[in-house]
Design a protein around this ligand. Structure first.
Ligand SMILES: Nc1nc2c(ncn2[C@@H]2O[C@H](COP(=O)(O)OP(=O)(O)O)[C@@H](O)[C@H]2O)c(=O)[nH]1
Ligand SMILES: [Mg+2]
Length: 279
């Protein structure tokens, strides 16, 4: 997914290499290539502008021009700023300390919640934990069967309750998880094609009851820039802890990730997690 950006940046850096001393013009050319790479990757224009300004200020500085290895110095600046843009250099980790710990997946319809609920369950099972999947998407009847089927495939139980009332299902699942000593409970919730008040209220209610330690928004990378707006709305209502960005195996350009990173520092956690979880 970052292949595009990486290839272009490598090219920008190559033109700097072996130049011995760097001139302001060389750096300006390299900065321009960095800018084009980010724009082509669908990173929002304002974000790019801010980013470029930062690099330029640092790179045109004396230390770079006078450094013994100015190309290395420039690469370091770009790399550090890219990491910063992605939400910092935090180690990937989900913060689950309660027993059972609750993870709630939210997001628009088709983003990959159900698929990634199962991926998370599989991941925890491999770690020797006893996960429980909860089918709290009663909006589309087929969604419950889909989760049951995935649960069967990976050997993780799926709680379906009355298959009608999502809030009730979650309440009953909590009792069930306590009784059967599950240590991680993953809540698969209903989405809509667009943000919808009824959906948000249901999610808020589920949040109040289960008090999840991690509320992760599942975001389809193919959607691109529009996803940032819905991410903001979900974040305003539910205070997200991170994102699982899906469909990065397609030809998504990845620019969206940089904006989500700004929205929520622990995006990087979710990202690494998704990579690990890719089946
Ligand atoms: N290529 C690809 N397809 C995915 C990924 N995640 C989900 N899907 C597919 O996208 C569709 C919607 O996924 P689903 O989990 O049902 O989304 P939900 O409506 O949010 O629960 C399904 O056909 C999934 O197989 C992914 O990471 N990569
Ligand atoms: Mg689903």
């Amino acid at each position: 997914m970052f292949d595009n950006i990486q290839k272009k940046l490598a090219k920008a850096f190559k033109s700097l290499k072996g130049q011995g001393k760097l001139s302001e013009k060389n750096i300006k050319d390299a900065v321009r290539t960095v800018k084009m790479s980010l724009l082509e990757a669908d990173v929002n224009y304002k974000v790019v502008k801010e980013f470029i300004k930062k690099i330029q200020e640092k790179a045109i500085g004396k230390e770079v021009l006078e450094s013994l290895t100015p190309d290395q110095e420039f690469i370091r600046i770009v790399r550090d700023e890219l990491i910063e843009l992605m939400g910092g250099n935090e180690k990937p980790k989900l913060n689950i300390s309660k027993r059972p710990g609750y993870i709630m997946l939210v997001g628009l319809q088709g983003s990959g919640k159900t698929t990634h609920a199962a991926k998370l369950a599989k991941y925890f099972k491999k770690q020797g934990k006893a996960p429980l999947l909860v089918a709290a998407d009663t909006y589309r009847p087929a969604a419950i069967d889909q989760l049951v089927q995935l649960g069967d495939q990976i050997g993780v139980p799926v709680f379906t309750g009355d298959r009608k009332n999502a809030v009730k299902i979650v309440k009953e699942a909590m009792d069930y998880a306590e009784k059967l000593l599950h240590d991680i409970v993953i809540l698969d919730t209903a989405g809509r094609l667009h943000i919808d008040e009824q959906m948000m209220q249901e999610l808020e209610e589920i949040k109040k009851i289960a008090q999840p330690e991690e509320i992760l928004m599942v975001v389809d990378a193919m959607i691109g820039q529009d996803a940032v707006n819905s991410a903001k709305e979900f974040n305003n209502r539910l205070e997200l802890d991170g994102f699982i960005v899906t469909k990065l195996d397609g030809d998504a350009r990845g620019g969206l990730l940089y904006q989500l990173g700004r929205l929520r520092k622990n995006l990087l956690n979710s990202l690494v997690l998704v990579k690990k979880l890719m089946i």
